[in-house]
Design a protein around this ligand. Structure first.
Ligand code: PLP
Length: 424
């Protein structure tokens, strides 16, 4: 495979952008090699600057549930662009998108649009602290909620550890009120709440973990989290930036039947443009400025291009209800991976929820961050490169989700399964 243009661009990019990229995982650091510079994309296919074609299972990390350059989404963006790209004033698009979201997720009475998932989670936590008058927050080890200072803490193993920053530049004070607990462990969580009675403002959780690789909640886990937060007067925040409109029209909260107080969204609701949102119960959301005292603003928030792309995406999803089809495509892919691994006698563990999946190179079950980290990342890197070299673009890291879109045809899945046999 000729990648000389990507190589040249990567060399130039590294002089101009830290690591040559604008978001770390794109640089291929954990798998090695040269990131492909993408020139264009359509459907399930991305095409790099050297004209190599790949069937894409990253799909911009989740937003593109309809595939690249979906005709209706492109048309919506084009039509809106001709009418202006930003006004700094309210639009009907925001009302329409908010209405669709509140219809899809009954826990949402109101929403506030922002520009990224990061902004959504940091704003939701500010709101939760204001509403409860408490300062501590709880997150799970391996849970990713964007890059706000207070959320860049996973702490060590064990229960009830006070936060230790995950990144230099995060002052210890910024994570001093961030408590962490192991995912899928209600006992540890109960102890944490017990040890910090009347101090915890909110617990934030990816209802299906997607950023340590995909890790579904164990039976009863989310229900238990709901019960504990209610018992202790803490708000429950579902970070559905990945799962919202991905695992079903009603998100993970619809799938598992658990109602959070606040929800963070992003990715799919922007249809491939930069968007985030947070929303929830009216009495809480009315604390947000200008109706309430919690300040939060954005020059480009509710941007009409992004609203138009999100609205077009959600309208297609509502009209076509593709979730059963997405699930069966992803299931076939995962079955293909499992069969190929078994023939080659390579131990793997796969987690999948709907069209969201991860193949862990691990012989044991992956139920939390500690077990995810037991994966053989060197083996994953080989798997990744063998696929990439034959035209299949999987996530350049073991600890990420794979995404199937509406544009992944039966043939695309079949081609991938055939390639997987060779790869293993
Ligand atoms: C992607 C992601 C975020 C961050 O969103 P950005 O738009 O990248 O800031 C937050 N939470 C989860 C669960 C995510 O997957």
């Amino acid at each position: 495979m000729d990648i000389h243009k990507s190589e040249k661009l990567f060399a130039e990019a590294q002089q101009l952008l830290p690591g040559g990229v604008d978001s770390p995982v794109r640089a291929f650091k954990s798998v090695g090699g040269t990131p492909r510079f993408i020139a264009r994309a359509e459907g399930a296919t991305i095409i790099d600057v050297d004209d190599n074609r790949y069937i894409d299972y990253v799909m911009s990390w989740g937003p593109l549930i309809l595939g690249h350059a979906h005709a209706e989404v492109v048309a919506a963006i084009r039509a809106q662009a001709a009418r202006g790209t930003s006004y700094g004033a309210p639009t009907e698009l925001e009302v329409e998108l908010a209405r669709l979201m509140t219809q899809a997720m009954p826990s949402l009475d109101m929403v506030r649009f922002v520009n990224s998932g990061t902004e959504a989670t940091m704003s939701a936590l500010r709101l939760a602290r204001a509403f409860t008058g408490r300062t501590k927050i709880v997150k799970f080890e391996g849970g990713y909620h964007g890059h706000a200072d207070m959320l860049l803490a996973q702490a060590g193993s064990g229960v009830a550890t006070l936060g230790i920053p995950d990144s230099v530049g995060v002052p210890p004070a910024a994570v001093a009120d961030t408590l962490t607990a192991p995912y899928n462990n209600l006992r540890a969580l109960a102890q944490l709440f017990e040890a910090h009675r009347h101090q915890i403002a909110a617990l934030i959780v990816e209802p299906v973990a997607g950023n340590m690789g995909v890790v579904p909640p164990c039976e009863g886990f989310l229900q238990g989290v709901r019960a504990l937060t209610l018992e202790h007067g803490a708000l429950l925040i579902f970070d559905e930036v990945i799962t919202g409109f991905r695992v079903g029209w009603g998100g993970a909260q619809g799938l598992y039947g658990v109602k959070p107080d606040l929800t963070c969204l992003g990715k799919i609701i922007g249809g491939g443009l930069p968007v985030g949102a947070y929303g929830g119960r009216r009495e809480i959301m009315q604390w947000v400025a200008p109706s309430g005292p919690v300040y939060q603003a954005g020059t480009l928030s509710g941007n009409p291009l992004a609203m138009a792309a999100g609205l077009a995406t959600l309208n297609v999803l509502r009209r076509t209800n593709p979730y059963a089809m997405l699930e069966s495509l992803a299931a076939r892919l995962c079955e293909g991976i499992a069969a190929a691994a078994e023939v080659a006698r390579i131990p793997i563990w796969q987690n999948r929820v709907g069209s969201l999946f991860t193949t862990f190179f691990s012989s044991g079950p992956v139920t939390d961050y500690a077990s995810a980290k037991k994966s053989d990342t060197a083996r994953y890197a080989k798997f990744f490169h063998a696929l990439l070299d034959t035209g299949f673009y999987f996530a350049p890291s073991q600890f990420e989700a794979g995404f199937v879109s509406v544009a992944h045809s039966d043939e695309a899945i079949e081609q991938t399964v055939i390639a997987l046999r060779r790869v293993f």
